[in-house]
Each structure stands twice: as C-alpha cells, then as structure tokens.
Design a protein around this ligand. Structure first.
Ligand code: SF4
Length: 689
C-alpha cells in the first residue's frame, strides 16, 4: 500500500469551476496534487487553463472539509454514523410528508454535481418523494437566456461551439466579462483577434478587461440593453439589410416583429441608454458589414427584471440578420458553473424532466412512469425563489440542498437566511461547512469533483467524462451514492453500482442524449448534444431546421421593462460579478492558500469622480447600505467604473462583505432569476485610509 501511495498518477478530469469546460490531466502522489497538465486533445481548451484550473485545487485537502455526517443538537453539530444520519432524514421527512403532503418538501440540486448525480436528484424528488419541487442554480443566472433560446429557436443551449466564436468576423459581448469569468474562452477570442482580425464590440456598464480589447465599447445605463439592441435591429431593417432569404425560408413572424420595433429609434435608444447615436449606428454598420456574427452574454443581461426579454432581443437580432445556424455565427449565453448546463439538461427544474421535456405533457410523463415504475406528480413544482417565499409562508417545511451556499449566493440574503430558520427540517450536503450549512439539521459529507467519476456538460453543450483522481476523504461520498442511500430509505430499491449505469439510464430516456455512451466519451473524447442514436453529435445547432414542429424559428416581440425605482437616498448603482482568481463567493478558491494570499478579501470599486466628490481615497473602509441590508468593504478607486456606478465582486470571506445582503428579491418576470444587477445603495465612510 505504501508503494502504491508513493506512485505518481496522472488522471484526466474536467475543471470544477466555470462553464468553459477545460479538461486536463492531474498529476498526484498520494493526496498531493503535483501539477495540472492540459493536453492538446482537450476540446475546449487544448493547452490552456486559467489560474483557477491550474492552481485552484488544494481546497480538496483543506482541514475545513466535512469528513463525517453531522447532526444538530441544540445549537451544536455532533458527528454521527451515516446510518444514524439517514435515520434522522428518513424519520423527519416521512413525518413531514405524512402531515403536510408531498409538496411540503423541496430539493435543490447542484451545478457542481455531475450529470449522473443531477439525474438521480430529480428522480429522487419526482419518483420517490412525489414532488416537482426541484431546482438548481441556473435559476440565479442563465434561466432567462434558456427561456429566450427556447422561445425563438427551440432548444435551451448555445447554438454553436467555442470554435464558432473563433470563426466569427464580429463578436458582440453584452453584460459579460469572459476575461475574468470565462478566461480560456477569452484567450481563444484574443487569438482570433490577433490572427484573423476578428472585430469585438463590448457593451457593459463597467469598463472591464474585454472592453479594453474592443473595437467599440458601449457603456449603456444599467438595465437598458434591450433598448439599444432593439434600436440597432430596427436600424438594420430600416436600411434594408436584414437577411430576407433567411427570414422568408427559416423564420416566422417577421412583419409583426418589425412593427413591434416602431418606437426603438436610434434617437430614443440614445436617450434611454445614455449613449451617443453615432455609437449605435456604428454597431449596426459593423454588424451589416460582417459575414459572420456571434453574440455572447451573461449575468449583465440576465440578472434584471427584464432578463428574459433582453436575452430574447439578442436572439431576435441574430435571426433578423441571419446569424444563426451557420459556422461562425450564433447565440452564446456563457454558462457560469461547470455543470449548470448539465443540471438543467438532466431535469433539475420544477417544470422539466430530463431533456427539457415538460412535466405537464402526459405522454412524456407516461414514458418516465413506465421507466421508473411509479406514478409521477403532475403539478409543476416551485423554483428556488418560490421555495424561499413558500418557507416564509409556512407551506414548505423541509429542504434537501446539495452543494449550494444559498444563504450567500441567493439575492436578499437576510430574507433567505431568515427562511432557513423557519424550516422544520433541513439537510445540507456539501464539501465545506458553508454559511447555509449553519442552518442545517443534518449535514452529509460530499466529495469534490476530483474524488468522483461522471460527466459534466459545458457551455457549448459538450459532455465530457471525468475520472476519479483521489479517493474520497474521510467518510465523504459522491453525491450519487448519498442520494441513492436516501432514496432507498424511502423504499426506492435502487442498485446503481456506478455513474455509468445512471448515465445509460438517463440517455436511454432522453432524445437529446440518445447516442451518448461512456465508450464514446472515453478519455478526451466528447459529444455535443443532441446526440443521435448512432453517436453523431451536433456542434452547430439548427442546420436542418429549428426545434419547432414547422422547423422555423420565431421572432418574439419584447417590451422594455425599466429598472426598479428605489428611494432617492440610494444614489449609487451597484453592480457585482466574479474575480479572475476566485470563483463566485470563494467557497473553494479561498481555501487555496496561494489564491487566498493573492486576493484575500473583496472590495468596492468606485470611480475617480465619485471618490473626488465624496473625498474618499483608495483603501478607505466604507459601509454600503441598501433597503435590504448593509456590507462593510474597502474602496478601490478605478476608472473601470464611471460616475455613480460602483462594483462589488462576489467574493465573500466574511459575513459583512456578502454582496447579497444588499440585493433585493426582485426578479426576472418570466423565470424568477433574481435582479442581482439592479440595486441602488448609499455609501457611508467608516474609516479613512
Ligand atoms: Fe476552469 Fe474555466 Fe479556467 Fe477553464 S477557464 S480552467 S474551465 S475556470
């Protein structure tokens, strides 16, 4: 055994951080991670990684790992055996469901879990607990983009591949900062700029790193993207430069859509968005002059009250100009977590079974009832946001949450944390003792990705295998094993012995993944869904028609929803986002000593103008106050932000710096994605630098 321990092993994995889906070999000796070695055959990244993928792994050996099941007694947690923990879970959930019904329990799946684990999680909710109350964190990010793509083109995934982004003549990035949030993707764009002279337009309220590389940088007012996007589309139509043939042959609803644009003139957009008319005309001209255009977007678009409609405006623009279903074109909502695409694909949503098949569709439901040998619930379930409200209203009594620090990452964190105190029973399954875990009754020790096998699906719908690099630490188990143990306590009688068996079951039931097998995904091979029965995959969607019965896309008229009005005393516009070094709140990266030393705490960016106006200098300690809460952070003065616009990274090492203490419960009207990017605050100086 000692000899084996001393051997150096090289194992392929897929990055646990962002949705680019980089894969690489990890060199280990015992539990020591020696190095990360990217390989040329890695489809998303080849020989590139970012700082997180390269150096962000020591958290797996952190002393802070949860390595045994814990049960709350009073205000403290005590270690118990797994059987004892499962006893408590079985007894309490059975009591609650017997008293309050099946829908008194809800499930939150993790975008860090594998596809197989997410498939089992929704199967547990639906077939064992008989509820559709299941969701995942795509509710917090890209649900509006998925909604827009489904509305206009039919499928909830990026229309092409990262390769198409490289082939484009013009890339437009709206409300996204891939240089920090999707670094390897931004490297590939950089290469295309240098090698092929690819043009770049960036539209963002903050002058981010991508903006510095752009041919044109547009800085519209917060929450006004739909207006300028629609005005640019209208201008192109007015110039007669829409793609008439594409619209005639492949798209429905052009006339009605064109009429809906009447008020979106360039002059109107200039006034609403606070940008110059010439800039908007230049954007339209750049699009008209380009053979192949791609649009990327992220949270700057989706996390608004009108997130779905703004995402739809992007899809409309692409359809009007015929920039879909050709190499080098398309719509690219950049997925945040490494497997947020997969969590949705596998049906961790209150209205969809795996493959985005509706729970309300009787034929679909019957297919799953036959396969799972049990009746399934008909009523659509609650989403994350509705779950929190339902807890406050006393309708939802128990929650089983996997790998999500909802008390920190959900908007209006005080409201969410208060909800958790009202739960009758709360199970948290995680790698670390998160803020959310503090509210739990039972905590189950989960494995990080390096300790498990399975598949992840990246932002380009690419399914890739990960292999076990390390054995689980202590009593930690992969999520699928823990979910199966719970299911069997409720009489499920599942006997999966490997993720492969789960994957085969899921793919056998789901048209989108029909031909996906572990053999076809061996090593660095990958498949982009839909995967036909013969294993043919689909790097570029809609070549043979859009995913509607008549094969035609649908232009979808949308109206602008102005940002939420807040009392005048809250005079600063707050924005938030990721840092290059950390992933979101830093649950994993802040436990990597090298990364933590480099960026140990968050800060607020304020503009030189604001700093001068308030006589605040770099390093001052300030309090930011919103109607919902307050945070305490140090100031960085930078021209990345302008005027009264301020920016607070998501990193949250201490309670008092959590950005979501400031955000509200307002949300996108269609998908309930929180309007994280629509918040006004005021600022008080606590201590000068
Ligand atoms: Fe990981 Fe994303 Fe960095 Fe690639 S770009 S190494 S997937 S964090």
């Amino acid at each position: 055994a000692e000899l084996r321990e001393a051997r150096i092993r090289k194992t392929k994995t897929v990055c646990t951080y962002c949705g680019v889906g980089c894969s690489f070999d990890v060199w280990t000796k015992g539990r020591d991670i020696l190095k990360v070695e990217p390989q040329m055959q890695a489809p998303a990244n080849q020989i590139s990684t970012c700082v997180k993928g390269k150096f962000g792994w020591d958290f797996v050996n952190s002393d802070e790992r949860i390595v045994e099941p814990l049960v709350r007694r009073g205000d403290a947690f005590y270690p118990v055996t797994l059987d004892e923990a499962l006893d408590v879970i079985e007894r309490r959930i059975k009591e609650i469901q017997a008293r309050d019904g099946h829908d008194a329990v809800a499930f939150i799946a993790s975008s860090k879990s594998t596809n197989e684990e997410n498939y089992l999680m929704q199967k547990l909710a639906r077939s064992v607990m008989f509820t559709n109350n299941i969701d995942n964190c795509s509710r917090y990010c890209q649900s509006p983009a998925t909604e827009a793509l489904r509305r206009t083109m039919g499928l909830g995934g990026d229309t092409g591949s990262i390769r198409d982004l490289e082939l484009a003549d013009l890339v437009i990035i709206v409300g996204a900062n891939p240089a920090e949030a999707h670094p390897v993707l931004s490297t590939r764009l950089r290469r295309a700029q240098k090698k092929r002279g690819q043009k770049l337009i960036v539209a963002d309220v903050r002058r981010n790193i991508m903006a510095e590389r752009a041919n044109l940088f547009l800085q519209p007012r917060q929450g006004t993207d739909l207006v300028w996007l629609s005005a640019v589309t209208k201008y192109i139509i007015d110039q007669g430069k829409h793609d008439e043939r594409f619209l005639r042959d492949r798209v429905n609803g052009f006339q009605e859509y064109a009429q809906s644009l009447e008020k979106f003139t360039i002059a109107y957009a200039s006034e609403v968005c606070g940008v110059r008319e010439e800039e908007l005309v230049r954007i339209a001209e750049m699009i008209m002059a380009s053979e192949r255009v791609c649009v990327c977007w992220a949270m700057g678009v989706t996390q608004h009250v009108g997130g779905s409609d703004t995402s739809t405006a992007i899809c409309n623009l692409l359809l009007v100009t015929g920039n879909v279903a050709r190499p080098g074109t398309g719509a690219y909502p950049l997925r945040g977590h490494n497997n947020v695409q997969g969590a949705g694909d596998m049906g961790c949503a209150p209205t969809f079974l795996p493959g985005y098949e509706s729970v309300a569709n009787e034929e679909i439901r019957r297919k799953y009832e036959q396969a799972w040998q049990t009746p399934l619930p008909i009523t659509p379930g609650l989403n994350n946001h509705q779950m929190v409200d339902a807890i406050h209203e006393g309708k939802l009594k128990a929650l089983y949450l996997v790998g999500e620090d909802m008390a920190v990452v959900d908007s209006n964190a005080n409201y969410v944390q208060e909800a958790f105190t009202k739960l009758d029973f709360f199970v948290v399954q995680d790698v670390f003792f998160s803020k959310t875990a503090q509210f739990a009754d039972v905590i189950l020790p989960a494995c990080p990705s390096l300790e498990k096998e399975g598949t992840f699906t990246n932002t380009e719908r690419r399914i890739q295998r990960l292999y076990r690099v390390l054995e689980p630490l202590g009593q930690a188990k992969p999520d699928w094993e823990l979910i199966q143990l719970i299911a069997n306590r409720f009489g499920a009688n599942w006997s999966y012995t490997s993720p492969q068996e789960i994957f085969e079951e899921a793919c056998g039931l789901t048209e989108l993944f029909k031909g996906a097998t572990y053999d076809r995904l061996e090593g660095y091979q990958s498949l982009q869904w839909p995967v036909a029965a013969d294993g043919t995959d689909t790097p570029l969607l809609y070549l043979d028609g859009f995913a509607f019965p008549d094969k035609k896309a649908r232009l979808y008229p949308v109206a602008w929803t102005p940002p939420i009005a807040v009392a005048e005393e809250y005079d600063l516009e707050l924005n938030n986002g990721r840092l290059l070094e950390h992933f979101h709140e830093g649950n994993m990266t802040s436990r990597v000593p090298g990364i933590d030393a480099k960026v140990p705490e968050t800060y607020v960016e304020i503009s030189p103008a604001l700093a001068a106006d308030r006589k605040i200098s770099d390093g001052a300690l300030v309090r930011l106050i919103s109607p919902y809460g307050r945070v305490k952070v140090r100031v960085v003065v930078t021209d990345r932000v302008a005027g009264n616009h301020i920016y607070l990274p998501l990193l949250s090492r201490r309670d008092e710096e959590t950005v979501n203490l400031l955000t509200s419960s307002d949300h996108d009207t269609v998908t309930y994605t929180p309007a994280y990017k629509e918040m006004r605050v005021r600022m008080e100086v606590i201590e000068e630098s």
